[in-house]
Design a protein around this ligand. Structure first.
Ligand code: UD1
Ligand code: CA
Length: 557
């Protein structure tokens, strides 16, 4: 970026690096061309309300405080401002009489409450429009540098663009010195061809600004234009111009087409930063990473992946395709495919999630855990190496190390009024299609038969089966189940035949009923969930245990 100046460089600079930098950001306008009920400045660019990008840039360039001029939809804009990132004040411009008037409102508010760090020292103002999300800290630093070296009271950024229509144009005299800025609607026919535009980024001496802004002329449309400071600055020592600015950085967002352009440019910039830091992005045009996301080296991001909010992804991970990770953490060597991980979920090292899994708030996967297709985890800790490969809901639970959650396992954590916790120990084998009615505990090394509906705690090493589940055979602890066993069903004796005969209720479970008995036998020997309308339970005494609300998967959250 080169700098062209209207007055000789080398004129005594009156300030040094220690000068306090105050950013004044104009955000009061209506943004009529967006055709939106909301302020233009809260429309997102790469996931952030566009004004947040401007604030991030001024902060990175060294501004220690920001004054944000609000007006249209003031409360909604205020709500997205990052007050914790730097000293920030807001003021309301009402009515909105133009960009020059907006700066006057800011100065009035600032001088009525001077900051401690400004007392006794010179100050400089960086003035930006809130609708320029692409402006970079590097450009702002170069502008501050021009101010420090050149000593001009006013410095601005210009760019030569192919289509200058709509922008204010830089007017220069025969000697190339800037004499003013003229808005599109006031251009004479012979000025329309001027290709050098005013980008809308300024750096001015605060003391000079306090004198100059009240003297701005009023235009026929009733407004005060900030670029009209230029002729006053010419009389006070000249206008410093940072020319040849990167036109993409200077793009203002006035309508939704420009919003999409800015979004694509910002995403490309973010993606490039990650790629240069060692992240493989397979298809950058279809990868959506918000500014605060951190990603370790050698991680591969597959297409159509959205990484949002305060997300941290370690090294050597693979994310996507078709995945969303929001405000969550993924440690080294983990993979997430075609899944949603959100709400502060934490995925440990070497875990696998997906396809089609959903980790929600409070989900914690410890090292090597695997959550497979159509499985949902909420407010649950899944222990090291534990697996839930297929079609499960694990809510409000703790699952111990090496436990295998069989296909179709549902934790019925909600009784219609309250949520209850479930504790599943280590090396537990939960048979396919088990329903665990919370609160309930499965001890270490325990087992449930396929289709079990577990209403009561199961002691360590014990096996239960049936509807509702009863103990069928205690057995010693077994080695940790291996991946895939859930597909085959429990490798222990078949579950008891659900009999309605009162006499059989307390008899030892028949152990030898096999599924090859034929249709009728199969029906009899396979415990199943009650069909709709069927009484739950095998007999009157047992059915009394059933919670009157019924135990279902989580219905309301
Ligand atoms: C402005 C500049 C133009 C420059 C262009 C660069 C003026 C008069 N014109 O034009 O020279 O080329 O930006 O993008 O400054 N705002 C207020 N209060 C107001 C009016 C506007 O806070 O009373 C805010 C808006 O919210 C917006 C910014 O100022 O963030 C710029 O206003 P906008 O109407 O977009 O100015 P442009 O016509 O784009
Ligand atoms: Ca604009």
């Amino acid at each position: 970026m080169s700098s062209m100046s209207s007055a000789p460089i080398g004129q005594a600079a009156t300030v040094d690096e220690a000068t306090t930098v105050t950013a004044i950001i104009l955000a009061a306008g209506k943004g009529t061309r967006m055709r939106s009920a909301r302020s233009k400045l809260i429309h997102p660019v790469a996931g952030w309300p566009m004004i947040r990008h401007v604030i991030a840039a001024v902060r990175e360039a060294g501004a220690t405080r920001a004054a944000v001029v609000l007006g249209h939809e003031a409360e909604a804009v205020r709500a997205v401002l990052p007050f914790d990132e730097l000293s920030m004040s807001t003021m309301v411009q009402e009515p909105q009489l133009g960009t020059g008037h907006a700066v006057r409102v800011a100065l009035d508010a600032l001088s009525s409450s001077p900051p401690v760090d400004e007392v006794g020292g010179p100050g400089v103002a960086l003035i930006l429009y809130g609708d320029m999300p692409l402006v970079s800290a590097a450009t702002l630093r170069a502008l501050l540098d021009l101010y420090r070296r050149g000593g001009y009271p006013l410095n601005l950024v210009s760019a030569v663009v192919a289509n200058p229509y709509g922008y204010g144009r830089i007017l220069r005299d025969a000697g190339g010195r800037v004499v003013g800025v003229k808005e599109q609607k006031e251009l004479a026919p012979d000025e329309e061809g001027i290709a050098e535009i005013n980008c809308g980024v300024y750096c001015a001496d605060l003391d000079w600004l306090r004198q100059a802004v009240p003297a701005l002329p009023r235009h026929p449309d009733g407004e005060y234009y900030l670029p009209d400071l230029a002729p006053q600055a010419v009389r006070a020592g000249g206008v410093g111009v940072l020319g040849d600015a990167d036109a993409t950085e200077m793009q203002g967002v006035n309508d939704r087409a420009q919003l999409a352009d800015a979004d694509a440019l910002m995403r490309a910039r973010i993606n490039r930063r990650h790629m240069l830091a060692g992240v493989t992005i397979v298809d950058p045009a279809r990868t959506y990473i918000e500014p605060a996301v951190r990603i370790g080296a050698d991680t591969v991001i597959h297409p159509n992946t959205h990484l949002r909010g305060d997300t941290l992804i370690g090294g050597d991970c693979a994310v996507g395709p078709d995945s969303e990770i929001a405000d969550s953490t993924l440690l080294d060597g983990s993979t997430v495919a075609r899944s949603v991980v959100e709400g502060g979920a934490r995925v440990g090292r070497g875990c696998h999630v997906g396809p089609y899994a959903h980790l929600r708030r409070g989900a914690v996967l410890e090292e090597g855990a695997q959550i497979g297709n159509y499985a949902e985890v909420k407010n649950a800790v899944i222990g090291p190496g534990a697996v839930a490969h297929h079609v499960s809901y694990l809510g409000d639970a703790t699952v111990g190390e090496g436990t295998n959650i069989g296909a179709g396992t549902i934790i019925a954590n909600y009784d219609g009024v309250n949520k209850h916790r479930t504790t599943i120990g280590a090396r537990v084998f939960v048979g396919s299609n088990t329903v665990l009615r919370a609160p309930v505990t499965l001890g270490d090394d325990s087992r449930t038969g396929a289709g079990a509906v577990v209403l009561r705690d199961v002691a360590p090493g014990h096996t239960v089966a049936g509807v509702p589940a009863r103990e069928i055979t205690p057995h010693p602890p077994t080695p940790s189940p291996r991946e895939g066993e859930g597909e085959k069903g429990p490798p222990h004796p078949p579950t008891p035949s659900p009999s309605r005969g009162e006499g059989e209720r307390n008899a030892p479970a028949p152990l030898a009923v096999r599924r090859v008995e034929g249709k009728q036998g199969l029906n009899k020997s396979t415990p199943s969930l009650p069909r709709q309308g069927e009484p739950v339970g095998l007999s009157a005494p047992q059915s009394r245990e059933i919670n009157p609300h019924g135990a279902g998967g989580e219905g309301a959250l």
